[in-house]
Design a protein around this ligand. Structure first.
Ligand code: DQA
Length: 151
């Protein structure tokens, strides 16, 4: 059976496409989720994409990934990346290889975006590539978990 990776998006990412396009671009969340599904499929992986504005629900998704024996997690927790010890602890608790993604280059922005709790619990973190960061994250995650590209 194909392995599953969870792709978790946090608050305000449902607004992609209309939200600050000069920072986040014009692609929508549906575009992101399609990109993730297509990229995962290249490695024979299923992408289970979830999104929530609620910190607790994101914690629940991480627990669910553990319960369903997910092979990896890609997470853009939005602003919770910078504030949420609960998301950090959930990622550490489940011990599933995780990659953090930010669409924007958080280091070129306000100082409050320069620290990330989710990055501390992830094996890698990407920012500033626009939505292509999700494709790059899945490529890196596939390499980490030994999923080979299908020819
Ligand atoms: C973001 C960066 C965060 O600082 C911000 O709060 C977001 C989006 C990004 O993808 O660039 O909501 O995670």
């Amino acid at each position: 059976m194909a392995k599953t990776i969870y792709v978790l998006n946090g608050p305000n990412l449902n607004m992609l496409g209309t939200r600050e396009p000069e920072t986040y671009g014009h692609a929508t969340l549906a575009d992101v989720e399609k990109l993730c599904a297509d990229t995962a499929a290249r490695f024979g992986l299923n992408a289970d994409c979830r999104r929530s504005n609620s910190e607790g629900e994101l914690v629940d998704f991480i627990h669910e990934a553990h319960a369903k024996k997910a092979a990896g997690i890609v997470i853009n927790a939005g602003a919770y990346s910078h504030t949420s010890i609960a998301l950090h602890d959930a990622l550490v608790a489940v011990q599933i290889p995780a990659v953090e993604v930010h669409i924007s280059n958080v280091y070129a922005r306000e100082e409050f975006r320069h620290h990330s709790f989710t990055a501390k619990a992830a094996f890698a973190s990407l920012c500033g590539f626009g939505i292509d960061g999700y494709r790059l994250a899945i490529n890196g995650l596939a390499a980490k978990i030994g999923a080979k590209a299908k020819s």
